[in-house]
Design a protein around this ligand. Structure first.
Ligand code: 0X9
Ligand code: ZN
Length: 420
C-alpha cells in the first residue's frame, strides 16, 4: 500500500512538473536591429517570425527601415550565423535584455506613488489602480462618466471600461481599447491619459457633447498583471492550453474573421498562437459581444498597441484594400499631422498587410469586417528606451499628450460626420 502511495505521489509530482510553465531567462538575451535592404533579405528574416526563441518586437516592411528582434541566448549563435550569411545589415540594440528589465523594475519601484485620489503618470500603473481610477472618475463626474464591464478574464478579473457622454441619445460612439498585448505598457497608460483629458479637462468637454466614448484601457488584464509580476515581455492571454505546458493565446490572432488565414500560429508555445478556436479567449469574446451589442452606434474603433509609430487599418489578412481606403487614409493623414505638430513624432500610414505584415485574426479586422464599424484602426505607439519596448515612464505624459491631439481629430471627424 505504501509503495502504491509512493508511486502515485511520484507520478503526480512528475505530471505537475511537466505541466509547469517554462519561463525563459532574459539573461544574455539580445535585441538586434536589422535593416533588410531588399525583398529577399526581408523574406529570409521573416522566416524567424513566430519561431520560438525569436521575438519580433517591432517589424517594418519598408525596405531601409528597421526591424527589432529579441533573440534568446540558445539561439544567438545560429542567428548570428544567419545574419552573416544573408548579409542583412545589423546592429545590437540591447546587449543584455535582463539589465534593461532590472533597470525598468527599479524605476517602477522608486517612482513617486499616486496619492489615492488621482492617477499617477510617474510610473506604469497596475491594473487595480487603473480600475480604481475609472471608478473615481465616475464618482467625481456622475453626469458624464460611468463604469461598465464587458466580461471577465480567465483568471477572473473584470474587464472594465469607462463610458463618457454628456447626454442625448443615439449619439455616434467611439470605442477605444488598449493592452490587448500585455507587454505594450505605453498603450494602457496612453488610454488612461485620454480618459483623464476627456473627463477631467474642461477644455475637452466639447468632445463629449456630440459623441459617446467607450474606453477600455486594458483588454487583457491577466497578461498585463503577469508582465508586472513575473515576465516583463509576456504578450498573450493567460489561458491554459490543454496538452501543452505553454500558456496563453495571442488575442490579436483570436478574432473570428479570416481566423488563422495567415501570420498566425497553431502552436501554443508561439507568440502568435491563434488559440484553439476563434474567440476561445474570454477577453476577445467579451469585446465581440460588446461591439455586437452596440454596433448601431459605434462609428470608430481605435485599438492601441506598441511600438513602431504606425497608423494601421484593415485589412491584416489580405493585401487587397478596403472599399473605404481613401477615407481611412485621409483621416489618418490628418491625425498624423496633429500628432506631429507637438514634437515631430511621425507615423507610417497604411493597411496592416501592406505596411507591416499579413496577420489574420486581429481585432481591427473583425470589428470592421463583422462588427460593421467602417472606421477601424490599430495605433502602434512610439517605443523608446534602449530595448524599444521599455519606453521610460517619463514618456507617458509626452506620448499621451501628443497622441491626444490625434484623438481630438478622430473625435471631431465622427462628430461632424455622424453627429446631430
Ligand atoms: O501583430 C500585431 O498584432 C500588431 N503588431 S504588434 O507589434 N503590437 O504585435 C499589428 C496588428 C495589425 N492588425 C492586423 N494584423 N489585423
Ligand atoms: Zn500589440
Amino acid at each position: 500500500m505504501k509503495l502504491l502511495f509512493l508511486i502515485l505521489a511520484v507520478g503526480a509530482a512528475t505530471a505537475s512538473l511537466e505541466e509547469e510553465e517554462y519561463i525563459p531567462s532574459y539573461e544574455g538575451a539580445k535585441v538586434y536591429q536589422l535593416a533588410p535592404a531588399n525583398e529577399e533579405q526581408f523574406s529570409e528574416l521573416f522566416q524567424y517570425y513566430g519561431k520560438e526563441g525569436h521575438d519580433f518586437l517591432r517589424t517594418s516592411r519598408a525596405l531601409g527601415d528597421t526591424t527589432d528582434v529579441l533573440v534568446y541566448p540558445d539561439n544567438i549563435e545560429p542567428f548570428e550565423n544567419f545574419l552573416a550569411e544573408s548579409g542583412i545589415q545589423s546592429s545590437i540594440l540591447t546587449e543584455n535584455v535582463q539589465n534593461e528589465i532590472d533597470e525598468e523594475a527599479a524605476r517602477q519601484r522608486s517612482a513617486p506613488k499616486a496619492n489615492g485620489r488621482s492617477i499617477s503618470f510617474n510610473s506604469y500603473q497596475r491594473y487595480d489602480d487603473i480600475v480604481a481610477y475609472l471608478r473615481q472618475v465616475a464618482a467625481n463626474n456622475p453626469r458624464v462618466a460611468s463604469v461598465f464591464e464587458i466580461g471577465s478574464t480567465t483568471e477572473g478579473r473584470p474587464i472594465v471600461g469607462l463610458k463618457l457622454s454628456s447626454g442625448g441619445s443615439n449619439k455616434p460612439a467611439i470605442l477605444i481599447d488598449g493592452g490587448i498585448h500585455a507587454r505594450e505598457w505605453i498603450a494602457p497608460s496612453s488610454v488612461v491619459y485620454f480618459i483623464n483629458q476627456l473627463a477631467e479637462n474642461s477644455a475637452n468637454s466639447d468632445l463629449l457633447s456630440k459623441v459617446d466614448w467607450y474606453i477600455i484601457p486594458v483588454l487583457n488584464p491577466d497578461g498585463y498583471e503577469y508582465t508586472h509580476t513575473s515576465y516583463r515581455l509576456w504578450r498573450k492571454t493567460r489561458s491554459i492550453n490543454r496538452g501543452s505546458s505553454c500558456r496563453g493565446t495571442d488575442p490579436n490572432r483570436n478574432f473570428g474573421y479570416h481566423w488563422m488565414d495567415v501570420g498566425a500560429s497553431s502552436s501554443p508555445c508561439a507568440e502568435t498562437y491563434a488559440g484553439k478556436t476563434a474567440f476561445s479567449e474570454p477577453e476577445t469574446a467579451a469585446l465581440r459581444d460588446f461591439v455586437l451589442k452596440n454596433s448601431k452606434t459605434i462609428k470608430l474603433y481605435l485599438t492601441f498597441h506598441s511600438y513602431g509609430n504606425y497608423l494601421l487599418y484593415p485589412w491584416g489578412f489580405t493585401s487587397a484594400l478596403p472599399s473605404n481606403n481613401a477615407e481611412l487614409k485621409s483621416l489618418a493623414v490628418q491625425v498624423n499631422k496633429a500628432i506631429s505638430s507637438v514634437r515631430g513624432t511621425r507615423y507610417t500610414i497604411g493597411t496592416s498587410t501592406n505596411v507591416l505584415y499579413a496577420a489574420a485574426g486581429g481585432s481591427d479586422d473583425w470589428v470592421k469586417g463583422v462588427g460593421g464599424v467602417e472606421l477601424s484602426y490599430t495605433v502602434e505607439l512610439p517605443g523608446g528606451g534602449s530595448a524599444g519596448f521599455n519606453i521610460p515612464a517619463s514618456q507617458i505624459i509626452p506620448v499621451g499628450r501628443e497622441t491626444f491631439l490625434g484623438i481630438r481629430v478622430f473625435g471631431e471627424y465622427i462628430a461632424d460626420k455622424f453627429g446631430k
